[in-house]
Each structure stands twice: as C-alpha cells, then as structure tokens.
Ligand binder design. Structure first.
Ligand code: ARG
Length: 476
C-alpha cells in the first residue's frame, strides 16, 4: 500500500519517517476534491474501456459513500497512509474490494494532487470574491450615504485638500475591485485539468482528458504533462492576489484605527465589536481592524514561503511541492476571515460628520484653489504658487488670517464689474470645483457610484459562472 516502501514492500515505514513525510494532517481538507477528481477519472477510465460499466458503478458508488461518511465525521484518516489520496484509495478498496484497486490506473498522485489543489484553489477564490463583494457593498452603501460629508484629504498624513467622504470610501472600493479582477483572472488560469499527465510523462491509457475536465467544470486541459505536475504557479498567483488584497485591507484598517483615535475622532467604535482593557476601565479598542492589519504579515509570509518553495525546483514533480499547502490554506483562511470581520465592523461604524468638517476647514486646505484662481487671472501657476505660499507663511497656520489675506488678494484681482465671492475658498466650493471624472465633486462622485454599481454587477456575473463550475463538485 505504501508507495514509498519500494525497497521492501511488506515492511511498513518507520514512525519517524512517516511523521516527517505525512501530509494527511493538513491535506485532509482536500478530500472533497480528491473524491470528485476520482469520480471524473473513473468516468474517463470507463469511456476508455479500462473499467467495465459495472466496475464504474461500483467505484463511483463507493466514492460517493465515502464522501458521505467523511461529511458525517465518521472517517478517521490513517496517518500511516501518508496523505489524503492514499487514504481515500484505501477506503475505497476496503469498501468495494477488487474494483477499487483499478482506481489508480493511468494516474499518479502527481497529477492527482495538482488537480485537487486546482479544484480547491478555484473554490477558495470564488468564495473570496463573494466575501470581497460583501465588503464592497458595505463601502458603497456608506459612500452613498455620505455625499455631503467633507473631510480633509491627506498626503504625507498632512492636511492637503478637502474631499467628500464618499470619494474616500470609494477609493477602497476600487482597490478591492482590482483585487477581484486579479482573482477572477487567476481563477481562469487555475481552472485547467492536469489529469492524464500521470507521474510526469502522460499515460498509455487512451483517456479522453477533455471529457474528464468537462465533468469537473474545468475550462480545459494542460498542454504539457511535465509542466502540469511540477508547477504551482497557480498557487503562487492565488497567494499573491490574496496577499495584495490583505495589504489593501490592512491599509483600510489602519485608517479605521486612526479615525477611531481621540486625535482624529472621525468614527465611533461599535461597542459590540470592540474590546475593553483588562486594566483601564475607560478603554475601547479597535480590535478588528488591528487584527486585520496584523494578519497582513502572515499573508505576505505565506506568499514568500510559496515563491521560495518553487525556486530552483528541477522538472518534474518534487516532494517539496507538498509544502505548498499550509501556506496556501493559511493565506486563504486569513483573507476570508478578514473580509468577513471588516465587513461586519464597517457596517456598524458611525462617522462624525461635524468633526470631519471642522478638520477639513483647518490646515489651509483650500490654498491650491487660490493659486488656481490667480492662474485663471493670468499669473503663471508657479508664480501663483509662490504668492500663496507667501500668504500661508504670513498666516502662520492661522486659518482665519489666511482667509482674510486671501480674500484681500482675490478682491484685488477682480475683473471690472465682478462682485467679490466671499466663500470662494470654502471647502464646499473647493470640493465642487473638482468636477472632473475621477474627482471629488458631488456630481463626479455620483457618476463614480454608478460605475461602482456596474462593477459590482459585472463581478456578480463572473461569480455566477465560477459558482456554476464549483458546484459541479458537490453534484458529482
Ligand atoms: N502528498 C503529496 C503532495 O502533497 C502527494 C503527491 C505525492 N507524490 C509522490 N510522488 N510522492 O505533494
């Protein structure tokens, strides 16, 4: 039974060897995909005349029964059988006897594990997209409700220019949208069947690979058997798309942490989603965004582990590849849990509009508008910049003083017959002036909200397609 006991097939491997080499304690989660792959493979074997119709029925019935038993928690996997593949094959043999011994015809664990991983990754990516859409929907809902809220936009963490809160929230929406696009792209490269590649060179049995792939809801078959069993670029790519997503979540989380501080005071922490301190009775802490931020470290670590694993591997399969799983599973679990927690948290967050507005009015955030105005009156922008900088230095951080100096200057630049506009440098006007596609004016943001809705709709259509493929596994 044990594939490694080549030298002496009757002598079981020693425990230390097995402890080191077995993967069942982490690859057990592949059981569903392993069984689905085996069912599809049996259909391929039957179509090729390698197993009879009766054997086909027995084998598929047996595999389905095993799936039920695992689902019901009735199966204890045997670590002596190394991995999920050997465990399920062994369970089948105990269940149906002779016909079970034909399951591995024309197949190696090398193409088998590559298939299982592809099926697992595809489903995980589809699930992450669902969770990412959930967070996007919360961002969009909050954005729709905050088109009249103005806060200071920052660069270098310094007050820069006023923006509307919707615009800020939608910036996070679009980051997620690109993450989703990358994930969907990765999904399609992943959803390709390696089955039929055998150990490395293909198989002598005339299995219709496309038929098998089709049964699994896969888009096609790999072109080269050596490549198919040896690369895990789909694993690395999935890990990258998720690590970058996690980085985006971390950036959003960082803002939520900052905004919940006394210094910012932009948001109120949802009490039921924050913890207190064991010592300081007055405290409430933003645990969820802090943990999402903290978990980005492990996501990046997982990606680096996978890339490093693949470095310098010669063709074709190498046992090193077994090490792809824990990192991949971790980055997937981390992304899913983080999206979920952040969505729940953000949905409950309340923004302090008064505080944001007050903050936006401080720090000379409309100084650029004054320079722009001078520019429209014929002053070259670089000179206008220098003039306004002079006023800013003179105001010495006093907003009222700056506005007074600015209004003086504006009235000097009035054209004949033009009446002075006292609120020219108000944050509301500054926001409205940025009426350009992708800008922060209310109408530009309304357009953006429409674009975000279309993007969500398009994602839901891709999700529908992905879920259709993925559901094939449970239906087998
Ligand atoms: N547990 C192995 C893995 O995860 C399965 C493939 C083993 N193949 C082999 N030739 N030993 O990669």
């Amino acid at each position: 039974m044990k594939a490694r006991s080549k030298r002496n097939p009757v002598q079981p491997a020693n425990d230390a060897f097995l402890n080191f080499t077995a993967s069942i304690h982490f690859d057990a989660r592949l059981w569903k995909y392993d069984i689905a792959g085996s069912i599809a493979h049996v259909h391929g074997l039957a179509a090729a005349g390698v197993v009879t119709a009766n054997e086909q029925k027995l084998m598929i019935g047996g595999l389905k029964a095993i799936a039920e038993e695992i689902k019901e928690g009735k199966v204890a996997f045997d670590p002596k059988l190394e991995d999920i593949h050997m465990n399920i094959e062994s369970l089948l043999r105990s269940k149906i006897g002779g016909a079970g011994a034909k399951l591995h015809t024309g197949r190696s664990r090398n193409d088998q594990v590559a298939l299982d991983m592809r099926l697992y990754v595809r489903e995980a990516l589809s699930d992450v997209v669902t969770d990412a859409v959930g967070l996007q929907e919360v961002l969009l809902k909050k954005a729709k409700g905050s088109t009249t809220v103005i806060l200071p936009g920052l660069t270098h963490m310094q007050h820069a220019q006023p923006i509307i809160l919707s615009h800020h929230l939608l910036a996070h929406f679009w980051r997620l949208q690109r993450d989703i696009a990358r994930i969907v792209d990765c999904y399609h490269r992943t959803n390709i069947s390696p089955l039929g590649s055998g150990a490395l060179a293909g198989t002598s049995f005339k299995i219709d690979r496309n038929l098998v792939a089709d049964r699994l809801g896969m888009d096609g078959i790999t072109e080269n058997s050596m490549d198919a069993v040896s690369d895990r670029d789909f694993v690395a790519e999935a890990a990258f798309t998720l690590a970058l997503l996690q980085i985006h979540l971390s950036s959003l989380s960082e803002e939520l942490v900052l905004w919940s501080s006394k210094e910012f005071g932009y948001i109120e922490l949802p009490k039921q989603l924050a913890s207190g301190s064991s010592m300081m009775p007055q405290k409430l802490n933003p645990d969820i965004p802090e943990l999402v931020r903290g978990k980005s470290g492990r996501a990046v670590g997982d990606l680096v582990a996978i890339l490093t694993l693949l470095k310098s591997l010669p063709l074709a399969y190498n046992r090193d590849l077994q090490e792809d799983k824990e990192s991949l599973f971790d980055v997937i679990d981390t992304a899913g849990a983080s999206l979920h927690a952040l969505k729940t948290f953000l949905a409950e967050v309340e923004f302090d509009e008064v505080r944001m507005r007050k903050s936006a009015e401080a720090g000379l955030t409309t100084a650029t508008d004054l320079a722009d105005l001078l520019t429209t009156r014929g002053v070259p922008f670089r000179d206008a910049h220098a003039i306004v900088k002079g006023l800013a230095i003179e105001a010495d951080g006093d907003d009222q003083r700056f506005l007074a100096l600015a209004n003086d200057l504006i009235s000097k630049k009035l054209k004949r017959g033009e009446s002075p506009e006292t609120d020219y440098l108000s944050i509301d006007k500054a926001v409205e002036r940025r009426n350009i596609d992708g800008g922060t004016s209310r109408s530009a943001v309304m357009k953006q909200i429409g674009q975000a809705e279309s993007a969500l709709q398009a994602t839901k259509e891709s999700l529908f397609e992905m879920e259709k493929d993925v559901s094939v596994i449970d239906a087998l």
